[in-house]
Design a protein around this ligand. Sequence first.
Ligand code: SF4
Length: 299
Amino acid sequence: MAVEYREEPCRSALNRVQGMGFKWSLNPYMGCVHRCTFCYVRAFEKRADRPSDARYGTSIRVKVNVAQVLARELARPGWKRESVAVGAATDPYQPAEGKYRLTRGCIQAFAAARNPFSLITRGPMIVRDIDVLQHAATRAEVDITFSVPTLDADIWRKTEPGTAPPRQRLRALRLLVDAGIDVGVGMAPILPGLSDDPALLAEVVRAARDAGATGVWCNILYLRPGTREHFLDNLARDWPALLPRYEEIYRRGPYPERAESEPLKARVAALRRELDVADRRARPLEPPPAPEQLALAIQ
Ligand code: SF4
């Protein structure tokens, strides 16, 4: 698949967010080559009149100056050091990060400003940045989530055409936790009739615990316009027998009724207790690398 990378500087790095669990977000890239069929960003793309179908993820905006802009914004006198969610609308460790190192630069900016942040990814490339994550975590709260909705190879490959295998993510998680960094697993999205199978749920929670995850949470799939058409098209191709069930579950809108989502959350909460998922980081953070070693790309 041919991907176009557009190097476009940004004027602002931090975005004010309403109605989410966080107030500020930051996305070093726009678009994501992982092209998950369920990606909720497709809905934003549709609303912005950009392609949300199979073309999504074939044109990536690279905010080449994002780390410098972020550093300036974090230094503003009125900034209150609120936590920033990194990667809510793109994967900050998609392949382009290997070349551009924008996420790395942003982590360094957060560390320099002692600013807390959370980061969500499916990309094992994050292990490259253990040094700067560790440094940042000694200066402010750092909270990493690896998205691992399932370990089932068939479901993973059909719904996440561009991501690394889930067990590779868990190996990366282990390295981060061993470095003293707080990393949990987000089982999201759980797909009704597929990854909500009790044995599959237990398999993920057990593997997350074994890898050292400090916590596990889950969310069921929701389907806003843009995501809905693409996801259901793919479902019809890969699991046609499930189509009537999905049309029933999502007949009233993007969110399934609580009768569908609550038992799932209760099941994962019970697994978390039964399998004793807990923060087991054994040792305090190692001293961070010397600042000169960090070679601040943001200056
Ligand atoms: S990795 Fe995240 S942002 Fe990228 S396509 Fe998948 S769900 Fe969307």
